[in-house]
Design a protein around this ligand. Sequence first.
Ligand SMILES: Nc1nc2c(ncn2[C@@H]2O[C@H](COP(=O)(O)OP(=O)(O)OP(=O)(O)O)[C@@H](O)[C@H]2O)c(=O)[nH]1
Ligand SMILES: [Zn+2]
Length: 367
Amino acid sequence: MSNKRIVEKDNNFKHLSHLGWTSYFQNQLENIDNKSLIPARVTGVRKKYFFINDGNEELLATPAGKLQQETSSTYPVVGDWVMVRQTAIEQILPRKNTLTRGAAGMRNQKSGEYREQTIAANLDSVFIVTGLDRDFNLRRIERYLTLVYNCGLAPVIILTKADLQQHPEHFANEAETIAFGVPVHLVSAFNDTGLSDLTPYLMHGRTCVMVGSSGTGKSTLINRLYGESVQATGEVSAHVGKGTHTTTSRDLIMMPQGGMIIDNPGIREISFWDIDQGVGSTFPDIEALAAECRFSNCTHTHEPGCRVLKAVQDGELTEARLENYLKMKRELEYISARKNKSADRVEKERWQGVSKKIKTINKKKAF
Ligand SMILES: Nc1nc2c(ncn2[C@@H]2O[C@H](COP(=O)(O)OP(=O)(O)OP(=O)(O)O)[C@@H](O)[C@H]2O)c(=O)[nH]1
Ligand SMILES: [Zn+2]
């Protein structure tokens, strides 16, 4: 047995465990033909290059030509595990999960399809960050929950800027009414309320990503959890006279707690892409009521014997929550139909291609 083989056999990359390397990724290595490539985690994405961490150091890397930039499924995102040769990224290891949303306004010119935007990959939790200033809105939190559940991920509701409210618990209680088991944490980066409650999500090898509107205090919270400034914040840049800073890039930050956190630019429009059990998981109360409706295909908008509408009448369920539920259900049905349509088109084009080939073959045969 050559030396090289012994090295490969013993190479289980344990030194990457603090970066989130698990047996899931280790097992993927069997399918990598080129045994000289080594795994590294993408810690930062810029226009033309990436930051990667190979367990020893952070390096600048460039993508190999074969990685296609057109879709997020073929191009690295922050949190990805990639196979590299020195500083060239050759391959993306299959992702355990991704946080993906519909890329609003990003129509694919050629086919008119809507596209997806993958925010980050290989995540353990998603912090839905809401500031207890003007940002607090239960309906928006429900939308984020649906997005996160649709991606098969674990949401955590974080209410920041608790210091701005005399009775911040009031907001936490309100959030609890729509949380259905999702943890709700009340924090302040200014007086350190609740910061230690977030430690469990940031332990050795764990990765979480922050989502929320711009200015909710995501970067400030990361800095407080980190213990010093690692992310530029609205306030910091105001001091240096450059106006309000908003986060524009996605970086995976190694935290002193042992895990990692991904900052994310503020999201203006929460559009969906993945369609899974998002609505059902976000609204278990409505789904349970719906099961008691007289008609199994009840739309819960006007039908006699609708248990959901009765709950609204009786004050068990707010109209605003029901409206949000119905709206998201409609949206997801629309997206699903649109996806099926474009899948049909792809299939049709494939068959057109095949029949063209057959015609050419037949022509050739005719000679
Ligand atoms: N009162 C109070 N203000 C806060 C707190 N956290 C952040 N802020 C302020 O909120 C503003 C926005 O904070 P950022 O951390 O830059 O917000 P962000 O969510 O990272 O914003 P984007 O990068 O645009 O997505 C700044 O002026 C912060 O000083 C807090 O706990 N309490
Ligand atoms: Zn009904």
